[in-house]
Write a protein that binds this ligand. Sequence first.
Ligand SMILES: *[C@@H]1O[C@H](CO)[C@@H](O)[C@H](O)[C@H]1NC(C)=O
Ligand SMILES: *[C@@H]1O[C@H](CO)[C@@H](O)[C@H](O)[C@H]1NC(C)=O
Ligand SMILES: CC(=O)N[C@H]1CO[C@H](CO)[C@@H](O)[C@@H]1O
Length: 614
Amino acid sequence: MRFSRVASSWRLHTVLFLLLAEFMTSSIAIGLEQSVYQAENQNILRVLLAVSSLPPTEPAHTPSSDSPPSATPTYTTMEANVLRDLHCALSIMQDHYFAVWLGKWTTAIDWTAAVMGTYVSATLSSLSRSIDYTIPGTCDKNRKLDAEAQMVEEEINRYFAQTVAYYFGEDHFAIRMQAFDDILWVVLGWLEATQFIENHSGSHYAPAGLGQQNGEGAQDWHASQFIPAFAHRARIFYELAEKGWDWNLCGGGMTWNPRLLPYKNAITNQLFISASISMYLHFPGDENCSPFLSQYDKSKPHKNELYDECDENSRGRFDPLYLANAVNGYQWLQSSGMTNELGLYADGFHIAGYRTNHSKTTCDERNEMVYTYNQGVILSGLRGLWEATGKILYLEDGHELIRNVIRATGWTDAKLFPMPAFTTPQRHQKRDSEKYNPANWSGLGSAGILTEVCDPSGRCSQNGQTFKGIFFHHLTAFCERLPARPVRPGKTHAASRETAMLHQKSCDEYTGWVVHNARAALQTRDENGRFGAWWGAPYSSHNSKESIQAPVLPDGAVDSRKSIDYEHIQTRATGDLNDRGRGRTVETQGSGLAVVRAMYEFLRRAEGDLDFDL
Ligand SMILES: *[C@@H]1O[C@H](CO)[C@@H](O)[C@H](O)[C@H]1NC(C)=O
Ligand SMILES: *[C@@H]1O[C@H](CO)[C@@H](O)[C@H](O)[C@H]1NC(C)=O
Ligand SMILES: CC(=O)N[C@H]1CO[C@H](CO)[C@@H](O)[C@@H]1O
C-alpha cells in the first residue's frame, strides 16, 4: 500500500495532469485563481463553443461566445455551456425520436429503447444535481422558487412524464422471451429511474416537518408514486435473468441465450454483475407478488404455494443473494480468461464440439471480437462491488480496464499517468509505441476517439450504434465520488480519505480523454443538432469511401453482436460521413447524450476537486 505517499503528492499530480491536457489549461486558472468568468481567459470555453456552434436558425441551441451567461450565476461559465449541450442533446433526442402517444422511441428496438430510457433517467439526475433549490410546500406562502429552479423543475417533470409513458409503452411481454442480455438492460433502466426519483425527491422536496410549520404542505415529489411500479418491473426481469446462470458449463457464468448453443459472453455476464449489485444497493423492494397474486385465494385455508413462495422469498434492498450473485459473477468472469493481450474483454466463449457432444463443458473457443460496450458495463458493477464489500481490488480492476481502453483508442501513455495509487501490478506488458501511433487503429479507436469497428466504414447496425454511449454511461457511474460515510452501515462501505482521493485523482486523469471524445461527438451534429455515429469522422482527412480504412477484425473474431449492418452499406462517397449507412438515429443521439453527460460530470467533479481541501 502506498496510499499515504501518493496522497501527499496528489495536488501536484492533478496540476501536472491539467498542464498536460491542453484544453484543460484554463480551468486551472478558473479553479485556482479566479472564481468569476473572464472572457479573455476561457480557452476551454472557446474550444467547446467552437464545436458547439449551430446555425443561428436554432437560437435555443446556439451557444454564443459573446454573451456570457450572467443570468446563471450558480454555474461557472464552463459548466453552463457544457450543461447547455447536455440539455440540447436530451431535448433533441426526446423531441425528435420519442412519440409520446405511443410511449416509445419509434425507431428503437427493445433493448436499445431500454438503454435510451436509462440515459433519460441518468441525465435527469445530472440536471437535478446541477442546481440547489427546495420546492416550497403548498402552504409555504413566504417563499417563491426562482426562475432558473422553476425551469429545471419543469424540464425534469416534462421528461419524467415521458419516462412514465415509456413504462407503459415498453414491450415488456416481448422482452421476456428474448436473450438474457436484453432482459438485463430492462433491470438497469428501471433501477436508474427509481434512483433518480429517490434522489430528486430527497434533494429538492422538503421532508415532512422540515422547513414547514407542523409539516403542513410537506411533500414527496409526485413521481415517488411510480417507484413501486418501476421496482416491480426491475424485480420481474431480474428474476427472469437469474435463470441464465449455470454452474455446469464453463464452471459458471451466465448463458447468453437459452435457445441457442451455449455462448457465455462478456455482455450478459457484465450485465448480470452490474444488475445484481445494483439490486443489492438500490432495489427499493417489491410488495407486488404479481404474476402470482391472482392465484392466491384468501378464502382457502391453505395458501397457494406460489403465493407463499413469493411472500417468503421476496427480497429487498441489501438482500445477500444479490450480493452473492454479483461476487460469483465477477469471480467467474475474471477467471474465465476473457481478456485479450491488450487487457480488453473479448466477446465470449463457445464450447468446441458441443453441437455433437453435449458432455463437453469447457469454454475453449474464444471469440476475439472487441466491442466498446464490453469494456463498459462491468465498470458500474465494480463500483457497486466495492461499495458493498469495501474491497479495493474492485476499484483497481476498474481503473486498469479504463486505462487499457483509453490506450486502445490511441491516447498516448504520456497523457495518462501510470497507476501509482493502486497496488495491482501491471498485468500487461509495455506496448510498442510505433504500433500505437494515435493516427492508427489501436484496438478500440484511433486519435484518442473511442470507435466501434463498424464506425469508419459507416456500416454500424442499430446494435453497433448503441455501444459507445453505454461505455460512457458506465464510466460515469464508476467515477462518482466514493461516499465518506456508509450509506447503510453494516451493509455498505465508506471510503477512507486516501481511497476516495486516489479514486478521484485517477478519474480526474481521464477527464481530458472524456472531453476529447465529447468534443469529437459534438462536432458530428448536423444542422438539427443530431449526433452522428462515428465521432472520428470530423477528424478524418479522408472524405471518400475508398480512402477510409476499415479496421481489420482480429483473428478469430466473429461479429456475434451483429454490430455490422450488411444491408445498409454506405451509399454516399463524399459529404457528411455520418450520413452513410443508417445515418443519424435515436441510438447515435443516445450515444452523443451519454458522452456529453460524461463530460459534464467529469468536468464538474474535476473542478470541485481543485477546491478539495487536503
Ligand atoms: C464427449 O466429451 C467428453 C468430455 O470431453 C469426452 O470424455 C467424450 O469422450 C466425448 N465423446 C465423444 C464420443 O467424443
Ligand atoms: C500509422 O502510423 C505510421 C507511423 O507511425 C504512419 O506511417 C502511417 O501513415 C499511419 N497510418 C495511418 C492510416 O494513419
Ligand atoms: C437525497 C439523495 O439521495 N441525495 C443524493 C443524490 O445523489 C448525490 C450524488 O450521488 C448524493 O450525494 C446525494 O446524497
